[in-house]
Design a protein around this ligand. Structure first.
Ligand SMILES: [Zn+2]
Length: 361
């Protein structure tokens, strides 16, 4: 017989998307793809941004009208809890049953958060591959007392149209590569937390996440100056989805987010969000933290450069003082998340020397 106490402590919940569809020009078949989640023809919300809407409205509406889908568009505000609150009221008034987020980080996060609060299924349709939130149970929004990602319900379905994603601005896909390469230091941080604090460490989730980062490093050596085509976009999208799934398996963002993410959240906090994209900041954080972990930071920096991701403070419009300040406060952003920053105690001069050495400033 299983001892109930042991069973309780060993209980581990994995939340994964029910369905992931990756292909080219698949949005003109959206109604078919979401069929399993819309069997009773519920009213569907399409949460998106103005620019994305203008690009996809023809494709989606033609398909939805043809198949008598009951839907309504909603335009997302900025990436804040205030926007979530506003949209939630509209969704409630319109008796929405299924929520679809179409766009980059902001629309996916606002859709995911409101679906979570209203207890409705959420379908994620990323139009760029800029971060791993496209499939993960985490959202990153401004306006809470926690300046880091919070856990919500996992999207029930992810539909990634590679034609749209590979045609998005190169800066977005480069940011996605930064978020994937970040898994190198995230996993190292998780390992040292296991060793120093006895924190749960999931081998499978860690390996899955590491694999995505390794594939990015390998790919950076092969592609050189080649344009990002749908084949390369597929690998990046699959990597981002896998790492989101790794977080679902671990039941926490541990496999995806370590000291480099704490640094990124700190930088965002200091500069009020005016410091590049999420994956751009974590990419720079990864170079710094890799040096602290005594990893091959040059290989990481070179790979980010190949994908066109920033490797200096100037490229994300922050200065030396902001980088030093972000590094200093990073470990206080989320005190319970033990990382390499808990093992080292650097003063301002040592931090400056470190970031100069890795060429961030
Ligand atoms: Zn991330």
């Amino acid at each position: 017989m299983i001892n109930s106490t042991t069973a309780a402590t060993n209980t581990h919940v994995m939340q994964l998307p029910r369905k992931v569809i990756i292909g080219e020009r698949i949005l003109n078949d959206t109604s078919q793809l979401i069929k399993e989640n819309t069997t009773k023809n519920p009213k569907i919300a399409l949460i998106t941004g103005k620019n994305v809407k203008s690009k996809i409205i023809g494709t989606i509406e033609e398909n939805f009208f043809e198949n008598n889908i009951n839907f309504q568009w909603f335009i997302a505000g900025d990436a804040s809890f205030e926007s979530v609150g506003k949209i939630e009221n509209e969704l409630k008034q319109d008796k929405i049953e299924v929520i679809i987020g179409i766009g980059g980080g902001r629309c996916i996060d606002i859709g995911k958060m409101s679906a979570n609060n209203l207890k409705k299924p959420f379908i994620s349709i990323p139009t760029s591959a800029s971060h791993d939130g496209i499939s993960s149970p985490f959202v990153s929004l401004r306006g809470s007392d926690k300046p880091y990602s919070i856990k919500v319900e996992t999207p029930v379905e992810v539909i990634a149209d590679l034609y749209i994603i590979s045609n998005a601005p190169g800066k977005l896909i480069a940011s996605g590569c930064g978020d994937l390469i970040a898994k190198i230091t995230a996993i190292k941080d998780w390992e040292i937390s296991r060793d120093d604090t006895n924190e749960y460490f999931g081998d499978y989730a860690a390996n899955l996440s590491s694999l995505s980062a390794k594939m990015m490093l390998d790919m950076s050596k092969r592609i050189g100056n080649k344009q990002i085509d749908t084949k390369i976009a597929r690998t990046i999208v699959e990597g981002l989805i896998s790492s989101g799934v790794a977080a679902g398996i671990a039941g926490s963002s541990r496999p995806c987010s370590g000291s480099e993410h704490l640094f990124s959240h700190a930088l965002e906090y200091i500069s009020n969000g005016k410091c590049g994209l999420h994956g751009e900041r974590v990419g720079i954080g990864t170079i710094i933290m890799a040096k602290l972990h005594k990893l091959n930071w040059i290989e990481i920096k070179n790979a980010l450069g190949v994908f066109g991701a920033p490797t200096t403070a100037k490229e994300i419009r922050v200065d030396k003082d902001e980088i030093i300040e972000a590094f200093t406060i990073a470990k206080n952003i989320r005190p319970e998340r033990y990382t390499i920053l808990n093992r080292v105690d650097l003063n301002k001069n040592q931090i400056r020397d470190l970031i100069e050495e890795v060429g961030i400033i």
